[in-house]
Design a protein around this ligand. Structure first.
Ligand SMILES: [Fe+2]
Length: 362
């Protein structure tokens, strides 16, 4: 498999032995050892034009824990002889967000309907073009998922929560009104409690409908089981009752939609795990970071332990691990995935923005 550096990946040498690597969603300074200088220089010079250059491949491999690349679509030949999950027949109308919601057949709360997008805005053709298998109208599931993860990050960068609106709101709130701050932590923990309580049974149908991915799915379900206890720990530490906080309609949608995909689309099911996990790890959970600035820093424990497991067990790689079990994908399944991502991410963004409005202190 070939890595393709993301088209927005930019390298700037800041001195003879260090450079800054940046994308709209990640930036890091990297020091280069003397013995690596030659090949890294060569790689950074050929990054965009000659992705197949050996040094470029070696360079991206070193960075493969970060969302800075996608996988070049394989040829049909490369799928031959492998025991892969085929695409089931589905009938979902993805032409507009409203038609999508109606035909997807997943329960949606009336209140959430007002947040359904009026029209799609994502550049679907661009995403699909990165995954199209040469001379076919099929898509490489690994290319699709790896590029989609980058696209999500790029899109989030333009949204309120992606521009750290939420992190800044939390810090402001902590300074002005710590009681309200812990109310918001309670709200977050309640959503997370619901997700961790429901996610295992939501994934279970995939054990039968996505048989070729069964080992990974089983492993993942076991890894996630019981994680609601981390959130119960948080409620104890902040001395609040989880029952006092609502499970939001968007959170319920997220789980119900994942369960639906477990039954109808192995591709969408695999990709959607990305919505539950961090895209990559930055050393610290963002919620834990703000809790540690408060008078109850020990309440960060639940978030820290959960983050540590996700990080050590590389949960962010699950969508790609599962995609390795998939056969070439049809347009219908790729489109279903894009529709569900765009719709759900908008729900989640609006949900956080609304929370900030409800609790903002001026
Ligand atoms: Fe996880």
């Amino acid at each position: 498999m070939y890595y393709v550096p993301h088209e927005k990946l930019d390298i700037k040498w800041t001195s003879k032995d260090s450079f800054v690597l940046s994308l709209p969603w990640v930036s890091m300074e990297i020091d280069v050892a003397e013995e690596d200088k030659d090949w890294i220089k060569d790689a950074t010079e050929h990054l965009q034009k000659f992705a197949s250059n050996q040094n470029v491949q070696k360079f991206i491999k070193e960075l493969k824990d970060y969302p800075v690349f996608y996988i070049q679509p394989r040829s049909m030949k490369e799928f031959e002889g492998k025991d892969l999950q085929a695409c089931p027949e589905i009938d979902v109308d993805c032409s507009t967000p409203h038609r999508f919601v109606e035909s997807f057949g997943c329960e949606i709360e009336d209140n959430l309907r007002k947040d359904i997008l009026p029209a799609w805005t994502w550049d679907r053709e661009k995403i699909l073009s990165k995954a199209r298998i040469p001379n076919t109208d099929l898509y490489d599931p690994i290319s699709f998922v790896t590029y989609l993860i980058c696209y999500r990050l790029e899109w989030e960068n333009t949204t309120w929560s992606g521009q750290d609106g939420f992190g800044q709101f939390m810090e402001r709130l902590l300074k002005k009104d710590e009681d309200k701050f812990f109310q918001v932590i309670g709200w977050i923990s309640r959503q997370s409690w619901y997700v961790t309580t429901e996610s295992c049974q939501a994934m279970e149908p995939a054990l039968t409908h996505f048989e070729k991915g069964r080992d990974w799915i089983n492993h993942f379900i076991h890894d996630e089981a019981g994680h609601y206890k981390f959130m119960e720990q948080v409620f104890e530490d902040i001395e609040l009752n989880k029952e006092d906080f609502p499970v939001e309609d968007g959170t319920k949608w997220l789980l119900a939609a994942h369960k639906k995909t477990a039954m109808i689309s192995p591709l969408t099911f695999s990709a959607m795990i990305n919505l539950f996990e961090a895209a990559y790890y930055e050393g610290q959970d963002p919620i834990s970071r703000v809790i540690k600035l408060s008078s109850k820093p020990h309440a960060a424990r639940g978030f820290d332990l959960h983050y540590k497991i996700n990080q050590e067990h590389r949960h962010c790689d699950m969508p790609v691990n599962l995609a390795t079990c998939l056969a070439p994908q049809t347009y219908t399944h790729a489109l279903l995935t894009l529709s569900l991502f765009e719709l759900t991410l908008n729900f989640l963004d609006k949900m956080e923005e609304q929370l900030a409005k409800d609790y903002e202190v001026t």
